[in-house]
Design a protein around this ligand. Structure first.
Ligand code: X2X
Length: 346
């Protein structure tokens, strides 16, 4: 009897333990050993920091069940950042913290954020992403089998060049400007009299350092972390002409393989990492705190702020491009964004 009891307890204990953990290991068995997150730039760019924060939070909260790793440099798509969305759809990439510009070839509605001078300030970006248009864009993305979870931020894209100060559209005449992968950017810079040339971020850096192109446009965080002043980009015009939000997202099959509890963890971590990323992306370059602008000036850079009249000249010159692309993006969506901007809380 004693022996029987001993045996029974000996058997029961592991069985009990297995029972207690049944839901986690049984389902987690289908989990991959690693989930690949694609980004264009890694740490210490705010973009990379926010992707890393997402991975760290998920790892911690799932006790390592979900192991996400950041692959910067668009390396999972051989540097071609405009292929990221497609690769994520195909499951080559599990997750991404991706740019609205880079996904616009597959999700044309994301060109919304590249409409010149739609968003005059940060409150305008937030009103769009946090309001009806943001919701609509997430529905469109989800209809393409990608689960969008949260907004992040690359930032307002400012103009830089190696030749001279740019204060009016005429100053852009003949300047060779590297632009990103949406034809909308070609239209905008052509309307301004520049010579736009489209290339990936990987190709842009050597093109700037050899002088193959004269200028580019990117958020100031990209400018400082990539040290673009060291490749001749000495003239910076703060014109806030477009802003590029980022989207934290997951391939649908991967998403469906997660338990509801884990989906909740991954979503909440994305929301937190997105919020954090927006904070870092804006740090030091706002009206309230312009410390980073001062640091950039100290690099021997000419930083040009435009008067409202000077800004208007750029708006007027790009108005036909705005109208053309409003029709392409969808009048209803653009009008809902215009409304969100008009009613924004300042
Ligand atoms: O390529 C760029 O300019 C960058 C890094 O900002 C994007 O990926 C949109």
């Amino acid at each position: 009897m004693n022996l029987f009891r001993k045996l029974a307890t000996g058997l029961a204990l592991p069985a009990l333990l297995a029972g207690a953990f049944a839901s986690a290991p049984a389902e987690a068995q289908n989990y991959k050993s690693e989930y690949k997150i694609s980004t264009v730039v890694g740490v210490p760019f705010p973009w990379g920091l926010s992707a890393q924060r997402w991975a760290d939070l998920v790892k911690e909260r799932t006790n390592g069940r979900i192991n996400m790793k950041v692959y910067p440099g668009a390396q999972l798509v051989a540097g071609d950042q405009t292929k990221e969305f497609t690769a994520m759809r195909q499951g080559i990439i599990d997750m991404a913290v991706g740019s609205t510009i880079n996904w616009s070839p597959q999700v044309p509605e994301l060109n919304l954020f590249s409409l010149p001078f739609l968003m005059p300030d940060y409150a305008a970006i937030d009103a769009i992403t946090g309001g009806e248009p943001g919701k609509k864009l997430f529905e469109i993305i989800e209809s393409k089998d990608i689960i969008p979870l949260a907004w992040g931020e690359n930032g307002f894209r400012e103009l830089t060049n190696s030749k001279h100060e740019v204060r009016k559209p005429e100053d852009l005449k003949g300047l060779k400007i590297r632009v990103v992968g949406s034809p909308l950017f070609n239209d905008t810079f052509t309307a301004l009299g520049a010579n736009p040339t489209q290339m990936s971020w990987a190709d842009a850096q050597p093109a700037l350092s050899t002088g193959a192109v004269d200028g580019q446009e990117n958020p100031l965080s990209i400018y400082t972390v990539a040290k673009l002043h060291t490749v001749g980009q000495k003239y910076v015009t703060l014109w806030h002409y477009v802003a590029d939000p980022l989207i934290f997202s997951v391939n649908k099959q991967v998403w469906n393989s997660f338990t509801p509890e884990d989906q909740k963890i991954v979503r909440e971590a994305a929301l937190e990492a997105g919020k954090y990323g927006i904070e870092v992306a804006r740090k030091g370059i706002t009206a309230e705190d312009s410390s980073e602008l001062e640091n950039i000036k100290k690099l021997g850079v000419t930083m040009t702020e435009l008067t409202p009249e000077e800004l208007k000249a750029f708006q007027d010159a790009t108005k036909p491009v705005y109208e053309k692309w409003k029709a392409r993006i969808g009048v209803e969506l653009v009008e809902s964004a215009e409304k969100a901007v008009a009613n924004r809380k300042k």
